[in-house]
Each structure stands twice: as structure tokens, then as C-alpha cells.
Design a protein around this ligand. Structure first.
Ligand SMILES: [Zn+2]
Length: 304
């Protein structure tokens, strides 16, 4: 069926008169859905104006807590290409794909990226699998970009050149982002590069830019679990012993625990990072690149 559609698209291409202006790229008819908002943005950069990439999740959705509604299952079943983060972030996916039926190419953005290993100052949860938050290191998002490029080419071979050029351009922007982050972070003295976060979100960021994860409210790669009283008491000790200046939370997450920690330790609580979703177009983090710049600015302002 997919072959037939591509064949039709190829026929339509042949029927476009030679004098047609170059900018009217014919629509391919291929429906691309990316699960997370930041992935949809990255994929749209690769797709350019050849394909429209739809996001399954709305802005502000926590992918860890996502449970697909019937209309989401329909959207998945109607997609030709489904782009996922992979690496265990979408725990609901397997069952949903079975329900959804239909034929789609599943593109795993994190394909073949190795999980980080726990190190001193950057612990890892003892959960099975590994840390799926690769997108906090723009160098790893280069791999996302290449995997998405290859997935789009597989689904639409005629677009190879467009996707390759767009991916190369976006990888250049990721390189710039990485250099910008390095320069920003240089304003924080190494001794103050300490992050306390709500779950284990910043491991790859810490690894790349020389931060220590000095505490995690929920010691998990997931949101949802609540820390025990004993874990909280331990965290208060950790924050005091490390003299961590701030706790960083995702916008919209419950600040109760952080407030409690703050009143016990005196740390500042930053409650408006965007870590698992970009914002709407009029928000402060409407693209992946903007999201990273915004978060880094907040972190640098709190720690420098
Ligand atoms: Zn997470």
C-alpha cells in the first residue's frame, strides 16, 4: 500500500509541468507523527517544507505520564511514519501499536545511542534499561537528527537530497548550541555546577558540561514515583553537604516537595524549566533549540 502511494506520488511528480516554480514542492502524502513535541520540532527541521510533522502529545505533556486516548491511537494508526524517542521513554508504545494496527515505519530517534554509565557525582537509577534523556546533550541530538533523516529517506526516497541538506544544516545549529552552552556554563565556577532535579533528567547534560547531580527528588528515570520519608531526609543531608544553591523543576510540576526541601535547606527553587516538552509558539521555549537555551539561561542565572 505504501509502495502504491509512493508510486502515485512519483507519477504526480512526473505530471508537474517543467515550468512549475521550484518552490512549490509537491506534497508527498506521507503522514509523519512524532510522539513528543521536541521530537516533532527536530523532525520538522529535517523534513523542511516537504513533509508536515505532527506531534502526538500536546505542549506541556509529561511523556512519562502519557497514556494514549482513543484519538491518539487513531492518529498513530493513520500515520505512515511514527517517530519515537525510544530507549524506554514510551512504555505504553508496544501495546498501543498492537491496538492501532495500520502500517507504519517506526523511527527510533535514539537508535544505537549508548546509555550513560553511572559515575561519581552523576548517579544512575538501578531501574532496568537506562536513562532515555539523551536530548539534554545536543551532540546526541545530532544522532537523533541522523536517525530521523534516515527514517524519512526510507519512507520517501525521492526526498533524500532535501532531508540530507536539512539534516546537515540542523546539525550545524546543534553544534552552535553546544558551543553556546559551553560558553554560558563557563560563567559558573566548577564548584557551583550542582544540580538538584525532580527526577533523573540531567544526566547527559551533566556528563557533557561538567555538572554534578547533587540530588534527585525522585531517584528514577521516570516521574510519578514519590520519594519515601527516608529518601527525603537523605536528600536534605545531600543538599546541605554539597551546598547546592538551587533545585530545578519542570514547569507545571508540583512544587510541594521542593518547597518542603527549600524550607529545610534554604535553597532557591526554580520552577519553570521546560525539559520534556517545548512550549506553544508564543511561549519561552517553542523549539528544541530555544528550550535548551532557555533552560541553560535559567540554570546559569541561578548558579553563577
Ligand atoms: Zn524524564
Amino acid at each position: 500500500m505504501k509502495t502504491k502511494r509512493l508510486f502515485l506520488a512519483a507519477l504526480l511528480l512526473l505530471m508537474v509541468p517543467a515550468c512549475a516554480p521550484a518552490q512549490t514542492t509537491p506534497r508527498t502524502g506521507i503522514r509523519v507523527v512524532a510522539v513528543e513535541t521536541f521530537l516533532a520540532d527536530i523532525a520538522q527541521n529535517v523534513a523542511g517544507d516537504r513533509l508536515e510533522v505532527d506531534s502526538l502529545m500536546p505542549a506541556g505533556m509529561d511523556p512519562h505520564a502519557f497514556s494514549p486516548a482513543p484519538q491518539d491511537v487513531i492518529k498513530i494508526s493513520q500515520s505512515d511514519v511514527l517517530i519515537i524517542n525510544g530507549a524506554g521513554l514510551e512504555s505504553w508504545l508496544e501495546a498501543t501499536l498492537q491496538n492501532a494496527g495500520g502500517q507504519h515505519t517506526v523511527v527510533e530517534a535514539a537508535r544505537a545511542i549508548e546509555f550513560r554509565q553511572p559515575s561519581e557525582g552523576n548517579p544512575a537509577s538501578d531501574e532496568p534499561g537506562g536513562d532515555p534523556h539523551f536530548w539534554f546533550n545536543p551532540l546526541l541530538v545530532m544522532r537523533y537528527t541522523e536517525n530521523i533523516r534516515d527514517g524519512l529517506i526510507a519512507a520517501d526516497p525521492a526526498g533524500r537530497e532535501v532531508y540530507s541538506q536539512n539534516a546537515e544544516k540542523y546539525i550545524g545549529q546543534l553544534k552552535e548550541l553546544d558551543q553556546w552552552i559551553e560558553a554560558e556554563v563557563a560563567q559558573i565556577s566548577p564548584a557551583r555546577r550542582l544540580l538538584v532535579t525532580d527526577h533523573e533528567t540531567f544526566g547527559y547534560f551533566a556528563e557533557r558540561y561538567g555538572f554534578t547531580i547533587s540530588g534527585v527528588i525522585v531517584p528514577s528515570y521516570n516521574t510519578g514515583a514519590a520519594p519515601s520519608a527516608q529518601q527525603l531526609a537523605g536528600l536534605v543531608e545531600q543538599i546541605r553537604a554539597s551546598a547546592s544553591p538551587a533545585i530545578f523543576l519542570e514547569a507545571g510540576s508540583s512544587p510541594q516537595l521542593a518547597d518542603q526541601l527549600s524550607s529545610q535547606t534554604g535553597v532557591v527553587v526554580i520552577t519553570d524549566l521546560y525539559t520534556h516538552s517545548i512550549t506553544a509558539a508564543d511561549g519561552p521555549a517553542p523549539t528544541y533549540l530555544a528550550m535548551m537555551r532557555y533552560n541553560v539561561s535559567r540554570i546559569v542565572a541561578a548558579l553563577k
